[in-house]
Design a protein around this ligand. Sequence first.
Ligand code: FRU
Length: 490
Amino acid sequence: MNQVHGNKSHRERVTQATKTVQANQNERAAYRLRYHLMAPSGWMNDPNGLIYFNGQYHAFYQHYPYGETWGPMHWGHGISDDLIHWHHLPVALAPGEAYDRDGCFSGSAVDDQGTLTLIYTGHNVIDPEKDVIVQNQNIARSRDGIHFYKANANPVIHQQPAGMGQDFRDPKVWRENGVWFMVVGATKHDQGQVLLYESANLEEWTYRGVLAQNDGGNEGYMWECPDFFKLGDKYVLLASPQGVEPEGDRYLNHHQTVYMVGDYVNGQFIRSSFTELDYGHDFYAVQTLLDGKGRRIAIGWMDMWESPKPSQKHGWAGAMTLPRELVLTEEGKIAMKPIEELTLLRQQSTPIGPLHVKHVHPILSSGNLVELEAQFALVDSDASAFGIRFCCAADGSEETVLRFDLLKHTVTLDRSRSGEGPGGARTVSIKSAATIDVRLFIDRSSVEVFINDGETVITSRIYPQETSTGMTVFAEGGSIVMPTCTVHKL
Ligand code: FRU
């Protein structure tokens, strides 16, 4: 299981820390992103404790400051006024108590009458050979929003209910009608579960039962990082199940992140779906916050367990996705719209359309910090397929391809020639529509594609050379009309 990656000796840690400092003395260290939240150095995984607190956004994250690999987990901390420009704050949590000896694992943050309070999993390795662990739930409070003090009452939940498996982690807490509620990931007889607890004071918790579970289908053995909230007139459960088996084009990542839509009745979640939230190679452990404007905003870890991470050679690993606003569509699906603040990133916008693309049309090369905003009018076109090639090398040796197949009604992101990275393609069905709108964000080693205002989202890491900045649009078997096409330099 991925949560146990072994402990490092002190010497190994010091050596790694030195390497990391060296790597980050160079701001341009290979593949570093420019407008995504990353740790200042070392390793980053899951977003934790996303919260809008006292008019600012806080993002904590799983962090190993002393090296580019997963290690005893700390909580890194970033703060932002607009979810786009982030400032680093000191590490908020470090492991070391009797109850969180081997890691402060994922969790959430709440505003407890003006006190920023973190709720997290204490990870304890009992027998590394046999993979025996103990996990419990803890809290830490802050007076200034920067320094955190672990509560004397920890662990506030010592252990999972009897009969459950040893994995018991990633509490997400919220307040409703004056009561605190917690969902937490668990497993029973190798079926993923989400457990529900409640509390009056964040320190004493009562187990309310199983909120949702894998009832024996292909839904995984452990549901990591649950999040539960109302969206529109429905309830939504997000989870990152481990152990879902591939089914055709679906569930091809090492682990998946899914959403379930349903109703919440007497502590039970009656659901009708289990659907991937993002169709790219690198999206996991998503968490949401509700902000001052009432928006439900999601950020995921923009990487995947067990995938090669070429940036590790340069002393760092891990990034967060761009923030996305979750919206329930009329069909009961979840769309992830790029948040409106992303337009703040635009430095220079160059309209290129309208275009009538017969075979290939070059788009001005604009570096690898770019947003392409393009519309394709299918009613006026007779192409059988069309798409965008980007991060192309001048000598043709590298390219990443987004290709819409109008005969199969699919879209594919192909990174098999993207550069150093792990390669592979992801394909997903799309609805027939008169137009297809695409917003494509490239940030050196990441690509995020939002199709039709976030109805379909594809997020992947790519590792092209710094000089691979070409971009073209293409049509196959006919032509495609693009009423608008704009390149925004970011
Ligand atoms: C998900 C996860 C969580 C755990 C954390 C450890 O990616 O495995 O379940 O709390 O990462 O870093």
